[in-house]
Every structure is written in structure tokens, then in C-alpha cells.
Design a protein around this ligand. Structure first.
Ligand SMILES: Nc1nc2c(c(=O)[nH]1)N[C@H]1C(S)=C(S)[C@@H](COP(=O)(O)O)O[C@H]1N2
Ligand SMILES: [Mo]
Length: 319
């Protein structure tokens, strides 16, 4: 793998509260992650303590490349080629159809197996959880990809706040259900509302964010305003948009795409160039804005950060 964050020794005091969910051995592994996150964070957080990015890959402030040196997609590309079936299945038509969607007021209900359930307005969330820039690759299961500078905060911070109980093993997410505002929901074929899920350790992983903007601006409607999930090592469909509900549950939740076609879209949906979709190869992808195709990377290039989550699992079975 070409991808390697030059990790530096890290003071255990810098390890964030996800250690609550990790064994001591996992914490050691997680240090690489913390460093990786710090490197991404460094792109936009001039007020970070000096220790946060020394020795790590440094992306200069306002970086216009990802950690592989690949350029960011333009704002125009990111906002005019979208998957958002609540509006239309036409990727180049989402922007126009979503233009009048009003994402205010908005609140997110966090419930289920937690000690502190709550309903958070966007002001609550943005007040409690300062956002930072994360430059991530987004790789759609349809084999196209982009590099996107998201603004967001770690989902784990919100989950820590609601205190999942010991029974909570998965997190379930739901998109707004409102046929009047989301005309695509008139298509009865789809089992609305869109829903998705993560295993608890995936949800707590520091790369997993709730994104509220991109390119330093509030989230455009077509990208999932006002708040959407971004899980960069998984196929894009896991990154559910316009979230209104987050529920902590004991069993693996149903997801919209695995309900529609369980043999094609599994629960895990980790980017994996070695496991083809039943109808096409996943070995390569088309980066929007480029001619030709490029090789797809294991876990979308985040292998060193996340492979430990799947140790001992057969990724062909758990696709
Ligand atoms: N609610 C909802 N979330 C969704 C989708 C959708 O149709 N509805 N499409 C998914 C798919 S398939 C992809 S590839 C990404 C695309 O995100 P983007 O349009 O911001 O690039 O959103 C995901 N999240
Ligand atoms: Mo996708």
C-alpha cells in the first residue's frame, strides 16, 4: 500500500474518549488512527496544539489534495453529481430538484439503548461539537469517486454524550420522511425512509463523522443538508443524508439497500477491490473529473486505520 501516515509516538492522554469502547490492545492500534485524524485535522485547524501534527503527514492549511496527493474535486463537481433518491435517481438532476428544500428548522432525535436520550437542534449540535475539516475520498458502490473537504464532527462525540448502555451493539440512522419536501419518496418501490446502520465500534471510530458542511460552507441540500453521515472507508450508500433519527440498538439494523437487494448491498459495504459486485467489478473506479480509471484501494485507502475492525471476518461473506 502506498498509503502510510508517518505515525509518531502519542501521549496516551491525547487518546480521545473512544478508548472507553476499546481494549488496551486496541488503543495501541488506535494511536495510528488518532495520528491520522490529527493529520487530516491539521488542514484546517490553525489553533491546534503544536504536538498534534508534528511528525505526521502535514497537509498545509487550505490543502487542496488528500493524503495521497490527489486533488480535491471542485465545489461544482461535488454539488452537481449526487445520489439522493429522495429527490431523483438522476445524479445530475438532484441539485435542481433539491434547490428549494428548506433544512430549517431541524432536529435529530437520539434514542434507544442510551442513558441520556435527547433531541438536538442544529444549534445544539454545532454549539456542543465544534466542526473541523476532513478531506475524505467518497467511493460510490457504482465505482465512481470524489475527494471532498467535509466540515463535521466525530459521531463518537455525540454518542458519548448520550451514553450508550452495554446492550447497545449497533447504531441505526434514519433520513427525514416527508413526501411533500422530498418528491422522490413518491416512488413506492423504495422502502422509505432511507435507513442505514453501523456496528458500535465503526460508529465510534474517529474517522466516522457527522458532516454539516463542505468547502467551509453549510451543507448543500443535494449533499444531505443539514446533517449527514460520512464513513469514508465504506461505499457511499452507507453515508446517509438528512438524518433525523439515530437509534442505539442491540441487533444489526435493516438498511434500505440491503432490503432492496441483499445479495448486492450488504450491511458492511466496506470498499473492497477484491470483492466484486455481482454485476460489475470493484477493482477500479472513475474519479470524477479524470479521464480513464484508477485502481480502487482496500477500505478506500483507510486500511491502516480500520482493518483491525474486521480482523477474523470473512469479507466475502460480510460484504
Ligand atoms: N438519504 C439518502 N442518503 C444517501 C443516498 C440517498 O439516496 N438517500 N445516496 C447514498 C449514495 S449511493 C451515495 S454515493 C452518497 C452520495 O453523496 P454525495 O451526493 O454527497 O456525493 O450519498 C448516500 N446517502
Ligand atoms: Mo453510491
Amino acid at each position: 500500500m502506498a498509503y502510510k501516515f508517518k505515525s509518531k509516538p502519542i501521549d496516551p492522554s491525547e487518546v480521545t474518549p473512544e478508548d472507553v469502547y476499546l481494549s488496551r490492545r486496541d488503543i495501541l492500534k488506535a494511536m495510528g488512527i488518532v495520528t491520522a485524524s490529527a493529520a487530516l485535522l491539521a488542514a484546517c485547524a490553525p489553533d491546534l496544539p503544536d504536538t498534534a501534527n508534528s511528525g505526521a503527514v502535514d497537509l498545509p492549511a487550505g490543502a487542496s489534495v488528500d493524503e495521497f496527493g490527489d486533488p480535491l474535486n471542485t465545489y461544482e463537481e461535488i454539488t452537481n453529481y449526487n445520489n439522493y433518491y429522495e429527490f431523483t435517481v438522476d445524479k445530475q438532476g438532484v441539485a435542481r430538484l433539491a434547490a428549494d428544500f428548506n433544512p430549517e428548522p431541524w432536529s435529530v432525535e437520539v434514542s434507544g439503548l442510551v442513558n441520556n436520550p435527547g433531541t438536538y437542534t442544529m444549534d445544539d449540535l454545532l454549539g456542543k461539537f465544534p466542526t473541523e475539516e476532513r478531506i475524505y475520498r467518497l467511493r460510490c458502490v457504482e465505482a465512481w469517486s470524489m475527494v471532498i473537504p467535509w466540515e463535521g464532527f466525530e459521531l463518537g462525540k455525540l454518542l458519548n454524550q448520550v451514553e450508550p448502555t452495554a446492550e447497545a451493539k449497533y447504531v441505526r440512522f434514519e433520513t427525514l420522511m416527508d413526501v411533500d419536501r422530498m418528491p422522490g419518496q413518491k416512488q413506492r418501490f423504495y422502502p422509505w425512509p432511507y435507513q442505514e446502520g453501523l456496528r458500535m465500534d465503526e460508529a465510534m471510530h474517529p474517522l466516522t463523522i457527522l458532516a454539516t458542511g463542505l468547502y467551509g460552507k453549510p451543507m448543500p441540500n443535494q449533499n444531505g443538508a443539514p446533517i449527514r453521515l460520512v464513513v469514508p472507508w465504506k461505499y457511499g450508500f452507507k453515508s446517509i443524508k438528512a438524518i433525523t433519527k439515530i437509534e442505539l440498538v442491540a441487533e444489526e439494523p435493516e438498511t434500505m439497500w440491503s432490503t432492496i437487494a441483499p445479495n448486492e448491498y450488504g450491511f458492511y459495504a466496506n470498499v473492497n477491490p477484491n470483492v466484486d459486485h455481482p454485476r460489475w467489478s470493484q477493482a477500479t473506479e472513475r474519479r470524477i473529473g479524470e479521464i480513464g480509471r484508477r485502481a480502487s484501494r482496500m477500505f478506500n485507502g483507510y486500511e491502516e486505520d480500520v482493518a483491525y475492525l474486521y480482523e477474523g471476518m470473512d469479507l466475502r461473506v460480510n460484504y
